[in-house]
Design a protein around this ligand. Structure first.
Ligand SMILES: [Cu+2]
Length: 174
């Protein structure tokens, strides 16, 4: 009886030691897995970042990021607010609410020649063409533009799929 009790105790200790060992092994494995993920993610991110750098000049948002909704419903296709005044260095996040696909596009003819390169770069790499963002369809999807290094002035824009339906706006950079 006494021996049996001891054996139980011993095996309990052994079990708990085992469990502890398993736990720390699991933790170590997770740690190793995380360590391998990090270097793997870094090289993956680098090639993506390189073209942006090569495009040259994307200037990061340094001020406030404003939000403009992109809608299409019974009241029509529109940006809300359609007219927005911001400061140089601010950004605008255009968010799909309804009625997509929408995008954000500047008519190259309306953008001052010396601002085209910077504004185009500030739209990132996800674009359909010069000064024209990719289409966003699902509610919550968004396009974020930086107006850092953009000179003061008025920048009219539109949604390419809904241009004929009057989906237009204007950004005034102070
Ligand atoms: Cu639209």
């Amino acid at each position: 009886m006494r021996f049996f009790g001891l054996a139980l105790t011993a095996s309990a200790v052994f079990l708990s030691a085992c469990a502890g060992g398993d736990k720390s092994n699991a933790t170590d494995t997770a740690g190793v897995a995380m360590d391998t993920t990090t270097p793997a993610a870094a090289p993956a991110a680098a090639p993506a970042a390189a073209p942006a750098g090569a495009a040259g000049t994307m200037a990061a948002i340094t001020g406030t990021t404003h939000e403009v909704k992109m809608l299409g419903d019974a009241k029509g296709y529109r940006f809300e607010p359609a007219n927005l005044t911001i400061k140089a260095g601010d950004g605008i996040k255009f968010v799909v609410v309804s009625g997509g696909p929408h995008n954000v596009a500047f008519d190259p003819a309306t953008v001052p020649a010396d601002q085209k390169g910077q504004l185009d770069a500030n739209m990132g790499t996800e674009k359909m063409g010069e000064l024209s963002s990719a289409l966003k369809t699902n509610p919550g999807e968004s396009v974020t533009l930086s107006f850092a290094n953009i000179k003061a002035g008025k920048y009219p824009y539109h949604c390419t799929p809904h241009l004929a339906l009057g989906m237009k706006g204007e950004i005034t950079v102070q």
